[in-house]
Write a protein that binds this ligand. Structure first.
Ligand code: EPU
Length: 336
């Protein structure tokens, strides 16, 4: 059994690259590693790839780091495969594994930072595909009982960047395995997202799982900062979902405001557009800033503190509220 480490530096363990430390830290490589730790002390935090996190100060508790590895085909039919993946595997590493093996379904989710175990918690999504589209089930340790429980798709209650693990079961489970249902032939490709079509056309490529992955990588790389080069947590805010009538009214005033349908009664408005129009794109104060190509992404130019990033986020939130009467809420987990 590996030991619990004290005063563990977290700068390299999360993508914002904030210089903070945890009082205690434990890497979890197998189910028993976690079961032996139960009950977890308060406070504690379950860490995956650290790609959706802002530490505003040192973490005064125990960090449990999911490092459960392994990718295994557990069932295969003529056209589909069930792939069981350890929660500590890198998400993009899994995408590459699927491309190499000809498994279709997650190519649109190429280059998303983070781990497989975190992917169902916020139902990761990009370019017309969400995790729930390929999700079969997951295994998770109930932190109160230490037992491994299985959740099927319905039990996860997926929504836009949302699941039961962000709602009523928040903080109560540690996800050990995720099983995806992927295609092996006759892939159902999702190319309807405008930027993908344009990218394929520009490259003169027909849609395949490989060409779509390449297109997504090209689009993401052109707009989103690489966390290995500049600290960030992807979209800092969620796109607000508003009643249709509210958006119609706003669009009378701002005819260029993009919007997307979100069910019968609601419309999704891109927070990136609101922040951009409010004049924040490329803004920088010290080392805390707003990315120059995508206003939804806050960045750490080097040695920003978590507090400085959070202060900037609040200033943006208040400005957007004042200008558009829309409350944009953080998508990242803010700790501290
Ligand atoms: N826009 C601007 N200015 C900006 C940013 C965006 O005007 O600075 C406009 C764009 O022109 C476009 C609209 O806003 O009309 C939407 O922008 P984009 O297509 O870049 O997508 P998004 O809504 O900003 C969402 C996800 C991203 C995901 C992309 C692509 C959320 C919170 N974010 O961003 O996810 O990659 O769609 O599918 O839903 C993440 O979660 O970390 C993430 C990067």
């Amino acid at each position: 059994m590996t030991t619990i480490e004290a005063k563990k530096g977290l700068q390299d363990l999360h993508t914002f690259g904030i210089d903070v430390e945890a009082k205690f830290y434990k890497a979890i490589h197998k189910v028993a590693d976690l079961q032996n730790l139960l009950p977890l002390p308060t406070p504690h935090f379950i860490l995956g790839g650290g790609s959706n996190l802002l530490f505003t100060k040192n973490f005064d508790g125990l960090i449990v780091h999911n490092q459960i590895k392994g990718i295994e085909v557990i069932e295969e039919t003529d056209n589909e495969v069930l792939l069981q993946v350890g929660g500590g595997e890198s998400w993009h590493g899994l995408v590459i594994y699927c491309l190499i093996n000809g498994f279709g379904g997650i190519e649109n989710l190429s280059l998303i930072p983070g781990t497989v175990g975190a992917s169902p918690i916020q139902n990761i999504g990009a370019y017309g595909v969400e995790l729930q589209d390929v999700f079969h089930s997951l295994e998770a340790i109930n932190l109160a009982t230490g037992k491994v429980e299985v959740f099927d798709k319905a039990a996860c209650q997926f929504g836009y960047r949302n699941s039961i693990f962000k709602q009523s079961l928040k903080g109560q489970y540690f996800i050990t395995q995720v099983t995806l249902k992927l295609t092996t032939h006759e892939h159902q490709l999702q190319t309807s997202y405008g930027a993908i079509e344009q990218q394929l056309e520009a490259a003169g490529q027909l849609p395949t799982i490989d060409s779509i992955s390449q297109a997504v990588i090209a689009i993401r790389s052109s707009k989103l900062p690489d966390p290995n080069k500049i600290g960030n947590s992807g979209s800092f805010f969620k796109n607000p979902i508003l009643p249709k009538a509210t958006v119609n009214k706003l669009q009378e005033k701002y005819p260029n405001m993009p919007s997307y349908p979100a069910g019968e009664q609601h419309t999704k408005v891109p927070a990136g557009w609101l922040i951009d129009q409010a004049g924040w794109k490329g803004y920088r104060k010290g080392d805390a800033g707003v990315h120059k190509d995508q206003a939804l992404v806050l960045v750490n130019h080097g040695s920003a503190t978590g507090d400085q990033i959070w202060e900037l986020a609040i200033a943006i939130q208040q400005d957007v509220l004042q200008k558009y009467s829309i409350l944009i809420e953080p998508e990242v987990n803010v700790l501290g």
